[in-house]
Design a protein around this ligand. Structure first.
Ligand SMILES: [Zn+2]
Length: 237
């Protein structure tokens, strides 16, 4: 009997890898997700992605081969921080997940793109999950800030571009039209620094406005990218 109980217990553990809290955060952020069952995240179209591969991973393995659960490895902080070593909340992304939400190729993503206004210029972003409307609302709020903030916000570094992150085989969120780089001139990027010492000039007021609409900021990463904002509402819940 003990053996049967143990077997049943093990079976129920291996069948219930879906973590309720994570699944709820994903479901309430992305209407494309239906739920999670038997360790698979299930989309409305019936397709699925493995939730937890149960592998112990090094930091590089987390970046290069993350499952859905791994995307929540670091809790994105809602306050201003100086990130500690390898603290990169939001940098762990499962490519397949983003392809299912936004499109699996440049052409598929393009079908969902739309121009919005950004301080008098047109910029191209995705309509998926109303990201275009959210960015337009962000611009409206940013415009209300004192004039001194303008130089950080325009001209922008870029929005949509189907590309890999420099030196990797991982797709940038810019590939999906769900990210924006503000003015490069006042920004810092870890790869431009020799010692990885944290640097930032972007005023925190700007960060708070983006976060209010579901965008996380690359300035909260140890591998910082202070011009970069991307739509990741699941990490702000
Ligand atoms: Zn960027």
């Amino acid at each position: 009997l003990r053996k049967i109980l143990l077997f049943t217990l093990l079976l129920s553990i291996s069948n219930s890898k879906c973590i309720y809290d994570i699944v709820e955060k994903l479901k309430s952020s992305y209407p494309q997700i239906k739920g999670c069952k038997d360790n698979y995240l299930i989309f409305q179209d019936g397709t699925k992605i493995l939730f937890d591969d149960e592998k112990q991973k090094s930091f590089n393995e987390l970046l290069n081969n993350p499952d859905i659960e791994d995307m929540f490895k670091f809790k994105y902080p809602l306050n201003k921080i100086i990130p500690s070593k390898n603290f990169d909340p939001g940098r762990i992304r499962n490519d397949l997940f983003f392809k299912k939400i936004y499109g699996k190729s440049a052409n598929e993503v393009r079908k969902n793109l739309r121009y919005i206004n950004w301080f008098g210029k047109k910029i191209l972003v995705t309509k998926v999950n109303n990201i275009d409307k959210k960015l337009q609302a962000i611009e409206k709020e940013l415009k209300k800030l004192p004039k001194g903030y303008r130089k950080f916000l325009t001209p922008i570094g870029g929005t949509f571009k189907w590309r890999y992150i420099a030196g990797t085989k991982r797709l940038s969120v810019h590939s999906f039209g769900a990210a924006i780089d503000i003015n490069v001139k006042y920004s810092h990027y870890w790869k431009w620094s020799k010692d990885l010492k944290y640097k930032n000039k972007i005023p925190y007021k700007i960060v708070e406005i983006f976060e209010k609409y579901g965008f996380i900021w690359g300035g909260k990463w140890y591998h910082y990218d202070t011009m970069h904002f991307e739509y990741r509402p699941e990490l702000l819940k």
